[in-house]
Design a binder for this molecule. Structure first.
Ligand SMILES: *Cc1c(COP(=O)(O)O)cnc(C)c1O
Ligand SMILES: [Zn+2]
Length: 398
């Protein structure tokens, strides 16, 4: 069953629908009424489909690349410096290098179930990289709209190489998404942006995995970057479902981090409101969260307020410095948007809004190699010398 989060209107599972016909709000999938214990999941291989009983598509038809089951890395160096217990959930280890794969394995399986022939998305990069791979695997035609000139190199390479029809839109992501959504509503294609509630049914497994990795416990806090706000909503849904199943006895404070130049949700939170005013010309080096009008804002505000969490924003400078800090102290390479979670942790801790000793999970959403240009630009150039041993010795003198 698909249900409107605002007016409660219900829709059948086989309806192709993205927003509520009655009130225009976003939709979510009702949790399945299943009787399943923790032991069932424990004895299976560590990947997303270990939770198949809780994923509302026919798992025998699944289009999968073995996504999920990503590293859950304890980070004692950074945690020690900041005075918290820190774990990092490394979503860059998914098949195409971002958490979007969790959404796409479920979303594309739904597309196959529905019998559509074309799938599409607008994307800041990773959604298109992921969808193009899953569409190739499923044998579906794939159309992607990208904001012209604003997509990181690695992501563009993926979308093109997996055979999507890549269209460069003269406009920003929000405008590209509006155009794509209109085409989907006129049935030109099946939309796989995160307004599609099946995407979030895959992404909610990040929440499941965090709880299971901690030995069926909730951390005090989960911190993640927020762009279109699907992922924070999804993780909160996953955690809430596990809580309702009685798998643990507390829930984390959901903490969203945005870039200063694209922070409509932070602005709403700081006003104490649930109403999000779009940012007209969003700008940030973290292109994956360069979004001014987040489609899942209503779900995200619920997640933040219901969990007693918060939303903060960080500057591009703080993002780049956190990206390097994580790479050079813990060996974890992430793209700029992902580093927003670490930058946010540092800022909130310095401001005293995160308590000493909290147990914290930072979700880092995409791999360093997604955006090689930004990585290279923030380092000094390699030194150029001959292979002469004496020259090299001089260079390496301590
Ligand atoms: C998509 C994406 C985000 C933002 O996620 P939302 O669900 O849009 O809030 C953050 N980081 C990376 C690397 C992404 O690809
Ligand atoms: Zn409604």
């Amino acid at each position: 069953m698909i249900r409107c989060i605002s007016c409660g209107e219900e829709y059948d599972d086989d309806e192709v629908i993205y927003t509520c016909d009655k009130c225009g709000s976003v939709l979510e999938i009702e949790p399945l009424d299943v009787d399943v214990g923790r032991d069932v999941f424990e004895c299976r291989k560590d990947c997303l489909w270990r939770y198949k009983e809780l994923i509302p598509v026919d798992s025998s038809m699944r289009v999968t690349l073995d996504e999920g089951g990503t590293p859950f890395v304890r980070c004692d160096k950074i945690g020690g410096e900041l005075g918290v217990d820190l774990y990092v959930k490394v979503e860059g280890s998914n098949p195409t290098g971002s958490f979007k794969d969790r959404g796409m394995t479920v979303g594309v399986t739904k597309a196959v179930e529905l019998g559509v022939d074309t799938v599409g998305c607008a994307s800041t990069g990773n959604t298109s990289a992921s969808l193009s791979a899953y569409a190739a695997r499923a044998g579906l035609r794939c159309v992607v709209f990208l904001p012209s000139g604003k997509v990181a190199l690695g992501k563009l390479a993926q979308a093109m190489f997996h055979g999507a029809e890549v269209i460069s839109i003269d406009g920003n992501f929000d405008e590209a998404l509006d155009a794509m959504t209109s085409l989907a509503c006129e049935r030109y294609l099946y939309l796989l942006n995160s307004i599609n509630p099946y995407r979030l049914e895959g992404q909610k497994t990040i929440g499941y995995e965090i709880v299971q990795s901690l030995g069926w416990r909730s951390p005090d806090r989960v911190i993640l970057p927020v762009g279109n706000a699907g992922n924070i909503s999804a993780i909160w849904k996953g955690i809430s479902e596990f809580y309702c199943l009685g798998f643990m006895d507390s829930k984390p404070m959901m903490t969203g981090i945005q870039a200063e130049g694209a922070c409509p949700i932070t602005n709403a939170f700081k006003r104490g409101s649930r109403d999000v005013v779009p940012v007209e010309n969003p700008e940030t080096i973290a292109t994956a969260i360069r979004i001014g009008a987040p489609v899942s804002y209503a779900k995200a505000m619920n997640a933040i307020y219901d969990s007693d969490g918060c939303c903060e924003s960080v500057s591009d400078e703080e993002i780049l410095s956190a990206q390097k800090y994580l790479a050079r102290n813990e060996g974890i390479g992430v793209e700029p948007a992902s580093a927003a979670s670490i930058a946010g942790l540092i800022k909130l801790r310095n401001e005293g809004l995160i308590d000493k000793g909290e147990e914290i999970v930072c979700v880092v959403t995409g791999h360093l190699l997604k955006d090689p240009n930004t990585a290279i630009d923030s380092c000094s150039k390699p030194k150029e010398v001959s292979s002469n041993i004496d020259d090299l010795k001089k260079l390496l003198v301590k």
